[in-house]
Design a protein around this ligand. Sequence first.
Ligand SMILES: [Zn+2]
Length: 427
Amino acid sequence: MTEEIEHASRSELRELQSARLRTTVERAYENVPFYRDALDEAGVTPGDIRGVEDLHELPFTTKADFRDQYPDGLFAVDDDELRRIHASSGTTGKPKIVAYTEADLELWHGVMARSMRAAGLEPGDTVQNAYGYGLFTGGLGFHGGAEALGATVIPSSSGNTQRQVELAQDLGSDAIGCTPSYALYFAETAEELGVDPRELPLSVVLYGAEPCTEPMREEIETRLGATGIENYGLSELIGPGVAVECAKAQDGLHIWEDHFYPEVIDPETGEPLPEGEEGELVLTSLSKEALPVLRYRTGDMTSLTYDECDCGRTMVRMDGVTGRADDLLIVRGVNLYPSQIEDVVLEFDDVAPQYRIDLYREGNLDRMELTVELVDGFDGDREELCDRIRTRLQNALSFTPDELELVEYGSIERTEVGKVKRVYDHR
Ligand SMILES: [Zn+2]
């Protein structure tokens, strides 16, 4: 079951987007001094924005703007209209505070329910929600969406993995929502408990909040015997529920563009890029009340395609996020995303999907150490495997680490709560 808007023609959609954009720009200009100043400075009035074709005239909003406007400088409504506050943690400084009116919460739950339907879930299904509850939008976003769908939610939150496995088994969870790294940790824990994770009732893994490469997805699907569905979102826009893969094609994430308008720009120049080219994703909220966001620079690198999808939805698809612009590693002058290394490493059946990257600077030289875990019970030739991984990295990325270490299964620390850390930059 899908909503009519998911199949709207491109021209219908554009008309709706343009109307909503005009309202959003007016709302931001009238109620948020930050946006009034930014538009005045750019010499743009709300009347200049007639539709999405004029969007490029608006200035960008950045992460730094959220921090500078802490706590409520970006709010566009009076306090008594607010129903919820969330915050996204940063590695430095103040968190980014985001707010919701009643209509915003309804919108959020609606797009999350839509996402879950696209993932193949139906009313009556049971969704085990292993995203962290609290200020982080993951927990309550998936929670509200599952309820709006008409599913039963198990608000298990993150951590306590042994109990998670028991709950999935005893309550018959049809789906689990969690980060990709946690999905694998969950499978490992089940195995340790003597439970074959493929025998669990789970048929869908709703993963998100971390980039996930294609080999990582395959690993999740094989280990859990379930379909892996990538979810995308960010607190600054609403939380999870901005885009999702459809179970039918699993080929890119449909952006719910009746509410979130996407552009891809060159991160250096800020110029919009043509369809299919990779660049930084920029999103504009089209329906939100409490916190309208104009041209937010997500820092996520992706590309867009407007080709029709096998599922029949007309909404644009974004490629899985290859990395955050912030995650880009520059090592000896070579630009690398950790996900590119992961892609190569996980091609090898003899390695487990656990690795860490350590970066050091010796004198003026960068030095990278890559540590990769072997599969349980590996008894092959380590040196030979090392050579093959090195050769493959060289061929695929024109790069090899200074040191490549293969370690026993289980020796790299697992993350039970929150996002996994794979890169340790000691430079
Ligand atoms: Zn589709």
